[in-house]
Design a protein around this ligand. Structure first.
Ligand SMILES: Nc1nc2c(ncn2[C@@H]2O[C@H](COP(=O)(O)OP(=O)(O)OP(=O)(O)O)[C@@H](O)[C@H]2O)c(=O)[nH]1
Ligand SMILES: [Mg+2]
Length: 464
């Protein structure tokens, strides 16, 4: 179904993002377009001074043009001015009155900002009316709605700042219904939540029936992109786990493990986790503002809590009761192993004439080390488990799958701490294959393991 065309011939759907000042209009556009460079955002009122356009594409097709507008300040005075004007001009439709008002803009310098909003509203297909639900229900909002409805365009109220404000949200919803605005939307603008985004497009479909198919193609496209982002993220987490679980440092048994050995291993883990954190934030286009607003315990691109801090085990519930970790020394930081075998077993294996070539080849490195009187220093199970849990929680925060996260705003509490049932096997297999550390392997066993862990991470409840 071909869409209607606006006067300029631009086939995209024109949406004016309007509302009281400081309600999150510019933030919403940034979130929807993933463009952190768009406009200016500030906690003070009156930040946006000009109408600015941003486009949402499905592939290379421009589907929506979003127009950011300055916020309304004194809508009651504006309504009075319009009422005054209506006494002197002939206006067949309310929109004609707005046009007359715009045409006389010079006479109304106090409404310079509002006139920009009115002009854009008349030239758009639909208005997104952004509401900060924390605001008390005052007459000025009734006036805003009345003025905006004069443009004769569908209005879709979007409730912002909803996290932790359920009662206020209910009151605002009721209020909008009284204004005859029945379709409305909850949208915490800072949260990159595909489901909320999808609901927005679906509501637009019901408001703009003639544009249904274009909006559907956008929904389908965004769905695919979202799936790919999630896959990229969980693959990245698995890479981190591989990197760390496969880490080995050969140490001479005679000199023992030095503090320098341990420090070097710890630095390796920290920097691997930091790179993964950076990549995940990039994948979901999380800016420093988003990090702050979501209260992620991240500072300067690093976790505030060090992975080797004893608090980590406690915070992630690993100190006791986690079945996969029974018998492991909490916070030990390292253990010694030879490809999952004890040193003695590996030496025996080397000596056993009956051991097959494949087995010998597999443990070549370990055997050589054993014969040289060396051991491997690895990262212990607890640390690998902590990495998994922390990344899994991060993923859920970034994708907003756990909506509880918005009210609790605590990274470590929003999803369970339980490790998947097969978790210890995953660590064991990774450890036995140090050659996977460069994770470019096409090895079938690696792929299988990767798919398993990716499925865990992508599963809804996050703990199995
Ligand atoms: N916590 C929280 N803060 C938000 C949210 N949306 C916006 N903000 C913050 O609210 C403030 C105002 O956001 P803007 O996007 O500049 O609001 P605006 O409606 O464009 O403001 P004007 O252009 O001045 O009318 C900023 O400090 C944002 O970071 C939200 O969903 N949650
Ligand atoms: Mg703004």
């Amino acid at each position: 179904m071909p869409g209607t065309r606006c006067k300029s011939g631009d086939p995209a759907i024109h949406i004016a993002v309007v509302g009281h000042t400081n309600t999150g209009k510019t933030s919403l556009i940034r979130t929807l377009t993933r463009d952190e460079g768009f406009g200016n955002i500030d906690e003070s009122a009156g930040t946006t001074r000009y109408v600015e356009k941003s486009t949402i594409f499905a592939g290379d097709v421009a589907v929506i043009n979003l127009f950011d507008t300055p916020g309304f300040e004194d809508s009651s005075a504006l309504l009075l001015a319009l009422e005054e004007l209506s006494k002197t001009v002939e206006a067949r439709l309310p929109a004609d009155l707005l046009r007359a008002f715009i045409a006389q803009a010079d006479d109304f310098p106090d409404f310079e900002q509002e006139i920009k909003v009115l002009r854009q509203s008349i030239n758009s297909d639909v208005l997104l009316y952004i509401i900060d639900v924390r605001e008390p229900l005052l007459g000025k909002y009734r006036d805003e709605v009345e003025i905006l409805s004069m443009a004769g365009k569908p209005i879709l109220p979007v409730f912002n700042f909803i996290a932790g404000n359920t009662e206020a949200l209910t009151r605002w919803r009721e209020q909008m219904t009284q204004f005859n605005l029945h379709a409305a939307l909850n949208f915490d603008t800072v949260a990159f939540d595909f489901e909320a985004e999808k609901r927005l497009y679906q509501k637009l479909q019901s408001q703009l029936e003639a544009r249904y198919d274009e909006l559907q193609s956008l929904i389908d496209y965004r769905q695919e992109v979202w799936k790919n982002l999630n896959h990229a993220a969980v693959r990245r987490i698995f890479q981190l786990l591989t990197e760390v679980a496969c880490y080995r440092r050969e140490v001479a048994v005679s000199s023992g493990i030095t503090d320098a050995d341990i420090a070097s291993m710890q630095d390796f883990v920290r920097s691997a986790e930091q790179r993964a954190l950076r990549d995940l934030l990039t994948i979901f286009a999380f800016t420093q503002t988003d990090v702050d607003l979501q209260k992620l315990p991240v500072h300067n691109g690093r976790w505030q809590l060090d992975i080797f801090s004893p608090h980590m085990l406690h915070d992630f519930g690993l100190s006791a009761g986690a079945t996969a970790l029974k018998g492991a020394a909490a916070g030990a930081g390292i253990d010694l192993m030879v490809g999952g075998l004890s040193l003695g077993a590996a030496t025996l294996l080397g000596a056993a004439v009956g051991a097959g070539w494949a087995t010998l080849r597999r443990y070549q490195q370990e055997l050589k080390a054993a014969w040289r009187g060396h051991k491997w220093l690895c990262v212990d199970d607890n640390t690998v488990s902590l990495l998994y849990l922390r990344q899994r929680n991060l993923l859920h925060t970034l994708t907003q799958r756990g909506h509880a996260a918005q009210s609790k705003l605590q990274l470590t509490n929003d999803v369970g701490h339980a490790l998947p049932e097969q978790w210890d096997k995953v660590i064991k297999v990774l450890r036995q294959n140090p050659e996977w550390q460069n994770y470019s392997t096409t090895d079938a066993e690696y792929q299988k393991l990767q798919n398993l862990v990716m499925d865990w991470l992508l599963s809804e409840d996050g703990d199995d």
